[in-house]
Design a protein around this ligand. Structure first.
Ligand code: ADE
Length: 247
């Protein structure tokens, strides 16, 4: 048992491990976003990767998710817990709420989305994606969030956009009509690639803004995303730590 944490915006360098060490991994796809911080939480082995690099120098479209997921596999991690800031596309998902998504819509356009670039010797690789987030891992997060009395939503559809720009109001309204509940720039193709590698993957999304569909709220800005994330990051960390302690 070894848990990989992929830390998103606002969680570049969490100080949550006992006896921390550092590991570099090389992959056939190039370098992962950062080195891995390794250590233990309540005796459970953990390896933490910073999705955008420790100094947040890697924009969403440039995140090398194939290298990241390959490296996580190479390290022998059995599960992936990913964190992400997100915008809320629903009135009932408030700033600071956590969401444990159960579905994604991939609206990215310029990313490497598969490990299966060639079907060798007739070995066709069409990975099922009906339920992309691991059910058992999600349930652990949901149970723990309940025990900790956190403000959270036990399911939701996340739409991942290419970025780095935010959406237009027309797009934001369209995503709501499509049934998306939250919006970010990172779950796809990361979750897709974890599925291809058969590593159970679940995400904790922290709602930081109302994107721009809600006319009685100011449209999202990056400063606002960071401000609200930093205000609530302790809840993300508590949820990760207690969930991992329960493994
Ligand atoms: N991350 C946080 N808020 C976001 C938004 N409104 N759109 C895309 N990614 C986000």
């Amino acid at each position: 048992m070894k848990i990989a944490i992929i830390g998103g915006s606002g969680l570049e360098d969490p100080d949550i491990l006992k006896n921390p060490g550092e590991t570099e991994v090389e992959t056939p796809y190039g370098n992962p976003s950062s080195s891995f911080k390794t250590g233990r939480i309540e005796g459970v082995e953990v390896a933490i990767l910073s999705r955008h690099g420790r100094d947040h120098g890697i924009p969403p479209s440039q995140v090398n998710s194939r290298a990241n997921i390959w490296a996580i596999k190479e390290l022998g991690c059995s599960h992936i817990l990913a964190t992400t800031a997100c915008g809320s596309l629903r009135g009932e998902i408030e700033r600071g709420d956590l969401v444990i998504p159960d579905q994604f819509i991939d609206f990215t356009r310029h990313r490497e989305i598969t490990f299966f670039e060639r079907f060798e010797a007739g070995n066709l690789q069409h990975c099922p994606m009906s339920d992309p987030f691991d059910k058992n891992l999600r349930q652990k997060l949901i149970d723990t969030a309940g025990e900790l009395n956190l403000a959270f939503h036990h399911k939701g559809t996340v739409i991942t956009i290419e970025g780095p720009r935010f959406s237009t109001r027309a797009e934001s309204n369209m995503f709501r009509m499509w049934g998306a509940d939250i919006i970010n720039m990172s779950v796809a193709p990361e979750c897709i690639l974890a599925n291809e590698m058969q590593i159970p993957y679940a995400a904790v999304a922290l709602s930081t803004d109302y994107d721009c569909w809600k006319t009685d709220e100011a449209p999202v800005t990056w400063e606002e995303v960071l401000r609200v994330f930093n205000q609530n990051v302790k809840n993300v960390i508590r949820l990760l730590k207690h969930t991992i302690a329960g493994f």
